[in-house]
Every structure is written in structure tokens, then in C-alpha cells.
Design a protein. Structure first.
Length: 553
């Protein structure tokens, strides 16, 4: 793993950590503002909720007296019943903060109700709640006789409380779905004689309490064993001890606050590693490619990334690197080929010079002919070196076309006159067709040399008695000047049309002498003037070289 990987990793991890802290802090502040007065004086546990529901059922169906007897006979008086005048039913003193919290809880519309308000038979509304810090101890079998004389509703409520607790004060739960607990009837009551209906009736439901008969249209509150929330016993997986039967199962424990924090940290680490690896891998590959290129290996390395499809910017950078190395390979190959061709071209005149010098030493009487040969070869070498220097400067961009107005009519007339004089000595002719009274911005000497190279190349490859045509046409709509040079020579093969403008190109059909630099120089000059040049074979034989130059506006 390189340094870039760890930089990406730490930056991404810190960003995720900062985002987590920011979002968590915002949520915490929001919840803190919503809970400006934390409720700490009330017992909100599930057993407390069940005890309050039992007291509410007793008050609703048994009345105030039944609730009072129920609270008096409990092992410890936890449930408080406070009327609208803030008087507790048993005369106990209630903390004012606790009363304030009960009113706040009473207004909350939550799934769990730890404060109930029930209207008694005396017309008063009682708030039922459990102060925190007290324990609800269940009633064992020794306490059950104390319930004698209580109304049926009170007995049902106390049985509900006994279902929730064991005699040792521990909460007891049973995963029996809607089955009623022992003493409530049904198949689970081992103390009831066979065939005798229990308190829940033959159908397993709790009958109407305290005068509320089934089918008389009077409603009742849900009772233990009905399968209602808070009365159907503990949820799945809890253990219970009911009717002598002890059930075991997994106990649900809420996750601590550090568990989601640890999970978030692990997820952040995982994603940070993946993202850091994703970003650093192509950069590492690009670095290896640069090292290979520095050692001379310019082979493509990113051409097959993503199957040639456009990916991200890093993949595009890799493909740009491949294009750069391909261009470097082309330039290096061209340079190698150029050096080879130059050495080959210089070897021939140097060999002839050495032969002429040797002949002059061996045959002094032929000194004059040898000197003429030496002079001719030296001129050819000077011309070759000059053309090589010109081509090298054009390729390097050292020669730029100056912004001068060139009268193409005068320039083409001068080129045609010089070409006619040279062609006449070789029994060939040059015909000029069309006029071009337009101006082109550029360098007259450089542009004239380029066009002259094309015309002289056509004269050189034309047969004896052949005709070279110099056609000129100005296109007013596109503001371009088109110059065509046509000959009736052997032409070139279609495969060589794209390479005819390369330095030292020699066509397989060519039988004349030359260095093969004229068309290469012409191409660079025309392109330097903002134009284009191309070659094509003529119908019936011959070659057509077309040059297009922009005309001054």
C-alpha cells in the first residue's frame, strides 16, 4: 500500500466520521430539545404498565371501593390513584414533580401507556401511575385469600397481576399465544375438574365482569388471556413459571448504544478501504507505466481497461497515456528510419566521390572528367543536406509562414515558366489551366518551393513526350484555392497513397533518381499555411496531387 492509498483512506474515513458525528449530534440535540423535562419519577417498565392496567380494570368494573381494597391488600402499595383535586385514594403523599410528570405522560399518545385516567363509579376521574423506586411484589398463594370478597373484576385484575409475577418478586412470562393462564380456564388449568368451565367460560374467553353479561351490549376492557397487547403474556422466547410448568427460551436483550456505533465504524473502515483501493489502483498502474516508459518500454498498457469503454477520469488518463506512448513510438520509429535513409542517401554520393578521387589519382589524364564528377556529387550532397535541414526545421516548427500577402497568379506563372524550361530539356511539356487572381497569407519563397517540388516531381515521373498539367481554380463559396498537378507517369499503388508524403519514400514503380524529400517538404509547407495536400491515381494512368490553400478574406 502506497502513501496515496493511506491518504485516500484517512480522508474518506475522516469525512465519514465527521458526517456520522454531525448527523448524530443533530439528532441528539433534536431529541434533547424535545425532552426538555426528562421523566424520571415514573416507572415505565412493562410490569408497571401491567399493574396499572390491572388497577384500571378494577376501577372500571369494580368501582372505587374494589380498587381501594385491591390496593390495601397488595403486598406493597405501588399503584397510586389520584383524583382531580390531587388527593390520593389511600391518603398517600404524592411528590408534586411526579404529578406534573403524570400529566405530561397522560398527554402522550404512545404505544405504551404508563399513566391511565379512569372515571370511577363516584364520578371522579382518577390518574393511575407507579412512582419509580418501588417494586411490585407479586402475590403468592398466601395472599390470594385476601382477595375474598372482592368483585369479580378485582379478582380478574389481581389474577392478571399474579400472571405477571412469581412469588419471589421476579417477573414471569409465558409464550402461550392467546392461551389463558392457570385459573382462567382453558386447557391449561390443572386445578379445574375435567369438563368444568373455568372463569373464562367454555369458549376460553373472559365473561362479563360485575354484572356485565355477554351479549347485553355492554363493553368491557380487555382482560388477561384475551391476547391483547399487554395481556397476552410475554413475547416469544421469554421464560415463565406458571402452573408448575417452567418454559425456557432465548431472552431478548436490547442492544447497547455502542453496538450501532461499532457497526458504523466497521462499515466506515470497510468502505474507506474499498474507495482508497479503487482510486489508488489506477494511479499505481499509471506510475508503473511511466517507469516502464522511462526504461524504453512504450507498449500500450491501458487499452483493454473496461473493454475499451469510457470509464472514469483515471481510465481516460490511462488511455491518453497509451496515445502518448503510441505517438512517441511513431516518432522514434520515424527518427530511426530517417537516420537510416539519410545514411543510405549519403553513402551513394560519398562512394561516387571516392571513386572519382581514386580515378583522378590513377589516371591523371582524366582529371577534368573526375573533377566534374566530384563537383556534381558535391552539389547533390549539398542539396540533400539542405533539404534535410529544411525538413527537420519544418517538423520541429522552427520555420513558420510569415503573414505576407502572396499573389498566387504571379507565383504560379513564375513556377510554370521555370517548369517549362526544365521540362523542355527532358522532352516534356507543362500546361497551365485556369487563373487565380487571389491572395494567400504566407511566405512566398517557402510556398513557391513546395508547389515547385510537386511540379518537378510530376515532370520527373512523366514519360518522354508527356504533358504535365497545372490546374488552378478559386472556390468563392469556401474561399479556397485548389491547385492540381497531373501527370501521365506510372502512378503509385493504392497502398502507397497514404505514405507517399513520408521522407525518403520510393515507389515500387519509380525508376528515376531522387531523394524522396520533395513531397514530404511540400506537405509540411502546405500544412504550415493552413492548407491540405493529397494524392490520387488518375484514370488511364498517372498521378494527381491536389493542394488546397485558404484565400485571404
Amino acid at each position: 500500500m502506497g502513501r496515496l492509498f493511506w491518504k485516500f483512506f484517512l480522508c474518506i474515513l475522516l469525512a465519514q466520521f465527521a458526517a456520522t458525528v454531525g448527523i448524530g449530534s443533530a439528532i441528539w440535540l433534536k431529541n434533547r430539545n424535545q425532552q426538555t423535562s426528562p421523566l424520571v419519577n415514573l416507572d415505565t417498565s412493562p410490569p408497571a404498565e401491567m399493574a396499572i392496567n390491572a388497577a384500571a380494570a378494577t376501577l372500571e368494573f369494580g368501582g372505587v371501593k374494589a380498587l381501594q381494597r385491591m390496593l390495601e391488600n397488595m403486598d406493597r402499595h405501588r399503584v397510586y390513584a389520584v383524583d382531580e383535586q390531587e388527593h390520593e385514594l389511600l391518603g398517600r403523599i404524592v411528590n408534586p414533580k411526579t404529578l406534573q410528570e403524570t400529566r405530561v405522560r397522560l398527554k402522550e399518545d404512545g404505544k405504551r401507556r404508563v399513566v391511565r385516567q379512569v372515571t370511577g363509579d363516584d364520578g371522579k376521574r382518577y390518574m393511575l401511575f407507579l412512582p419509580s423506586g418501588e417494586r411490585l411484589r407479586g402475590m403468592d398463594d398466601d395472599n390470594r385469600p385476601l382477595l375474598a370478597g372482592l368483585g369479580g373484576g378485582a379478582q380478574m385484575a389481581m389474577k392478571a397481576a399474579s400472571v405477571l409475577q412469581g412469588g419471589d418478586g421476579r417477573d414471569r412470562f409465558e409464550d402461550r399465544g392467546n392461551r389463558p393462564p392457570p385459573g382462567f380456564g382453558g386447557a391449561g388449568d390443572a386445578n379445574r375438574p375435567a369438563g368444568a368451565p373455568g372463569p373464562t367460560g367454555p369458549t376460553g374467553t373472559i365473561p362479563a365482569l360485575d354484572g356485565a353479561q355477554a351479549g347485553d351490549g355492554r363493553s368491557r376492557s380487555p382482560m388477561p388471556g384475551d391476547g391483547q397487547p399487554g395481556f397476552g403474556g410475554p413475547g416469544p422466547g421469554m421464560q415463565g413459571d406458571m402452573g408448575g410448568e417452567r418454559l425456557w427460551g432465548p431472552r431478548f436483550q436490547p442492544l447497547g448504544p455502542w453496538v450501532p456505533i461499532a457497526a458504523a465504524i466497521l462499515a466506515s473502515l470497510l468502505f474507506s478501504v474499498l474507495l482508497a483501493w479503487y482510486f489508488s489502483r489506477p494511479i499505481r498502474a499509471l506510475r508503473q507505466a511511466f517507469d516502464a516508459a522511462a526504461n524504453g518500454d512504450l507498449s500500450p498498457r491501458f487499452a483493454n481497461e473496461n473493454g475499451g469503454k469510457s470509464g472514469n477520469e483515471l481510465n481516460d488518463l490511462g488511455r491518453d497515456f497509451d496515445r502518448m506512448t503510441a505517438r512517441l513510438r511513431s516518432l522514434m520509429d520515424g527518427q530511426t528510419r530517417l537516420l537510416h535513409d539519410v545514411s543510405h542517401e549519403l553513402r551513394s554520393p560519398l562512394a561516387r566521390l571516392q571513386a572519382a578521387i581514386g580515378l583522378a589519382h590513377q589516371q591523371p589524364e582524366k582529371l577534368s572528367a573526375s573533377m566534374e564528377r566530384i563537383e556534381r556529387e558535391s552539389v547533390r550532397m549539398d542539396k540533400l543536406v539542405g533539404e534535410l535541414l529544411t525538413l527537420a526545421r519544418l517538423e520541429a516548427g522552427a520555420i513558420k509562414a510569415s503573414q505576407e500577402e502572396i499573389s498566387m497568379a504571379d507565383l504560379l506563372d513564375q513556377i510554370a515558366d521555370d517548369a517549362r524550361y526544365e521540362a523542355a530539356s527532358q522532352q516534356r511539356s507543362v500546361v497551365q489551366d485556369g487563373e487565380a487572381d487571389v491572395q494567400v497569407m504566407g511566405q512566398p519563397d517557402l510556398l513557391g518551393r513546395a508547389i515547385e517540388n510537386v511540379v518537378r516531381n510530376a515532370i520527373k515521373h512523366s514519360p518522354d513526350g508527356g504533358e504535365v498539367q497545372l490546374q488552378v481554380r478559386a472556390l468563392a463559396d469556401t474561399r479556397q484555392l485548389v491547385i492540381r498537378v497531373l501527370d501521365r507517369g506510372p502512378g503509385v499503388s493504392p497502398a502507397d497513397l497514404d505514405t507517399i508524403f513520408q521522407p525518403f519514400f520510393r515507389s515500387s514503380n519509380a525508376s528515376t533518381e531522387g531523394h524522396g524529400l520533395g513531397l514530404a517538404i511540400a506537405q509540411h509547407v502546405i500544412q504550415a499555411h493552413g492548407g491540405s495536400i493529397k494524392a490520387s491515381n488518375r484514370a488511364g494512368g498517372g498521378l494527381c496531387v491536389e493542394m488546397v490553400l485558404p484565400v485571404k478574406k
